[in-house]
Write a protein that binds this ligand. Structure first.
Ligand code: CP3
Length: 359
């Protein structure tokens, strides 16, 4: 192997891991979904030279873009540069990232018969480049902040695989849930098992905390979420903990972020994740009331607020952080940062989080 997943530098700033575990923190930790991205000119420079998935597959390039926001901002975590759609690729599907358009699958799953064409055997081995990037990143970070690994959740992955890319309605994949529910479950279970093995591989290669992105929960009803998405999120947590125990590997905190599923916070609390990510549709105090005291909350500033003036951003951030409180809280946006966000907004947001409880 090219990089050794051992003898990692000691972690200097463990506030985020402490918050995830419910321990006291020196200051509220903060990171931002999509913190490596097109709002950074240095990211655009790398992307001008290399295709999106080439960056993902080349550990040196993935580490370079993962480091970019860490160099610029006082963030309390890094998240490995990759994409949720590397799983469908490892299952044999072609995925292209078209500039100005987003991900495209030239041959999506057209019928439930196509599930049989997927290649779960060896899928995680084909994703070893993500493991290599994690390992190189841990060495490159020199213990500055912890490193997130992540995966897309089964329903979100299924949506992209059936729609053939992003969709405003997810109507094809929702029709699968309705008209072919057993076959849909078969696909969701296949994806669940791949996610579990993929996350285990990420821990072994250096991930110190893991986030499961159920970004497409917003397209389905509460009933569909409870029937199809939630059982997979539960299975991932349970099976991951079983494997961690069985293989005697390090237990890392788990974050579940189901965008648009704030209707099911009570149900999500039962899943046994350490951290629940909130989108911006819910008030922090309301969320805390629903989940109770024993889970950490993450979120949830509206990404659009970063287009306001620094004074307004400071004020909105302070109000948010005060509502969440200092403990069992990780500050973030309620979804990914958007490409036209001014860099000063990020600096302002991060500083406002860190100074929220200063006198
Ligand atoms: O957060 C990070 O900094 C880590 C990197 C990361 C990316 N994608 C890089 C990326 C992470 C965690 C993701 C996850 C991801 N990918 C999700 C779940 C999170 C979310 O935001 O909901 C989803 C749904 C995807 C699928 C995906 N990838 C879409 C829909 C798009 C196009 C959207 C867009 O903004 O254009 C991508 C592309 C993508 N993934 C970009 C980045 C930085 C931008 C594309 C580029 O560089 O050309």
């Amino acid at each position: 192997m090219q990089f050794q997943a051992k003898n990692f530098p000691a972690l200097k700033n463990d506030n985020l891991l402490r918050a995830a575990r419910g321990e006291a923190v020196d200051r509220v930790p903060v990171w931002v979904m999509r913190q490596a991205g097109r709002y950074l000119p240095e990211f655009k420079e790398v992307r001008a030279e290399a295709d999106f998935f080439k960056v993902c597959r080349t550990p040196e390039l993935a580490v370079e873009v993962t480091m970019q926001p860490i160099r610029r901002f006082e963030l309390d975590a890094s998240i490995i540069f990759s994409d949720i759609l590397v799983i469908p690729q490892a299952l044999g599907m072609t995925v292209e990232m078209r500039p100005g358009h987003g991900p495209v699958f030239p041959e999506p799953l057209e019928s439930t018969q196509d599930i049989a064409k997927l290649t779960p055997n060896g899928a995680v081995e084909r994703l070893q480049y993500v493991g290599d990037a994690l390992t190189l990143m841990r060495h490159t970070l020199e213990g500055k902040v912890p490193l997130f690994g992540f995966t897309g959740a089964p329903w979100t992955l299924m949506g992209y695989m059936v729609e053939g890319g992003g969709s405003k309605t997810m109507s094809k994949s929702r029709a699968w849930l309705k008209d072919h529910s057993d076959e849909s479950r078969k696909l969701l279970n296949l994806l669940t098992d791949v996610c579990v093995d993929y996350l285990i591989m990420q821990i072994k290669n250096g991930a110190q905390i893991l986030q499961i992105f159920e970004s497409s929960a917003e397209y389905i009803t509460k009933e569909e979420f409870i029937e199809f998405a939630l059982p997979c999120l539960k299975d991932i947590r349970v099976k991951l903990h079983e494997k961690i125990e069985k293989e005697g590997i390090e237990k890392v905190p788990l974050v579940v972020f189901a965008k648009g599923a704030m209707h099911s916070l009570a149900e999500m609390t039962e899943l046994g994740y350490d951290v629940i990510g909130l989108d911006w549709s819910i008030d922090p105090e309301e969320a805390r009331k629903i989940v109770g005291p024993n889970v950490t909350l993450q979120g949830n500033l509206d990404p659009q607020d970063l287009y306001k003036t620094p004074d307004e951003i400071r004020q909105l951030t302070k109000t948010m952080v005060n509502k969440f409180g200092k403990n069992r809280y990780i500050a973030n946006l309620g979804h990914g940062i958007t490409p036209a966000t001014p860099i000063i907004s990020m600096t302002t947001f991060v500083d406002a989080v860190h100074s929220a409880f200063d006198n």
